[in-house]
Write a protein that binds this ligand. Sequence first.
Ligand code: GLY
Length: 403
Amino acid sequence: MHPRTTGAHTTSDVLVVGGGIIGLVTAWRASRHGLRVAVADPEPGGGAARVAAGMLAAVTELHYGEETLLGLNLESARRYPDFVAELREASGGMDVGYRACGTLAVALDADDRAHLRELHALQQRSGLRSEWLTGRECRRLEPMLAPGVRGGLRVDGDHQVDPRRLAAALVAACERAGVVFHRARAERLVVAGGRAAGAVLDDGAEPAAGQVVLAAGSLSGRLGGVPREVLPPVRPVKGQVLRLSVPRAYAPFLSRTVRAVVRGSQVYLVPRENGELVVGATSEELGWDTTVTAGGVYELLRDAHELVPGITELPLTETRAGLRPGSPDNAPLLGPTALPGLHLATGHYRNGVLLTPVTGDVMATVLTTGELPEQARAFAPGRFAPPAASPPTSPSLSPAGVS
Ligand code: GLY
């Protein structure tokens, strides 16, 4: 079933605002459940996934106080193999570069070692699988590591996917499923009769829909016409990322993702099967700035070089900065808002690529049944509702006027 079209106006069951990987997976999964879906985005398949390294790092990126998020992360990681197989079929055979390669997190000095030991203890308390290795054992696994590596954690369950190929496959799967793409920016939510009813786009189109999903990544808090009480509290967190290429003569340079915390900053090296080596990432609270800076590139190369000295021999092919959609508790906002018909799928912060499969399934359930599945209840947008507005009634909702 396809949306009805009348000139610039279409009517669908669902309008997804934002065509990054989260918006696309929502659209694809909803259309597989028989809903007529449209996506509004000037550049579908763009967004933070253009920059992301694609680590599926539920275990190595575990943080204190994020045990609830861990459950969702692990659930999504578990779904990845089937998700990738289904997406390959739905996209006409596209490979998304899923690699079950594992991860090695290493320590370069005594402080790093203490930090990793704490992470290991937290992983063990959480029932996760990771193994402590000596420096020598780390280098046996990855001979390009610096001789000074003091020890590390081997995490065989943290894999990788290529986010650019993932985004391209999701666009193809959506197209093949009949999802309509409006290649324009949504400027304003349309609210009619007390419910979300569509959007006004910057090309003048006004697609109408029975339900609207706001999945615009770090821009999700800037859609005009969204009542203040339900506007998602997401902020941009800048990440600079480098891409290098490993000449055939140097392969295999690294066989798995290698990462460390160097002087308090995360650095990770993600080797793809096609020879690309992704090095990330800075984490900067600088608003909407996406400048690639000399300092950012320098720090990433300096830290990566301490970890793997041979990196300086490799051609540097790309430098780029993107914006993670950060939320107040670092976890996503999924499901219905207090405005009938308006749903959120945003705020995935560091875990957008990892959480793609589970987000698609959760959002498809929400859109078809109106219910948030059990595993996603802790991520309902209402957890950030201001007390005065809880529970708000539709007539009192006031537009925020942000665009
Ligand atoms: N998950 C990796 C990052 O956000 O840099």
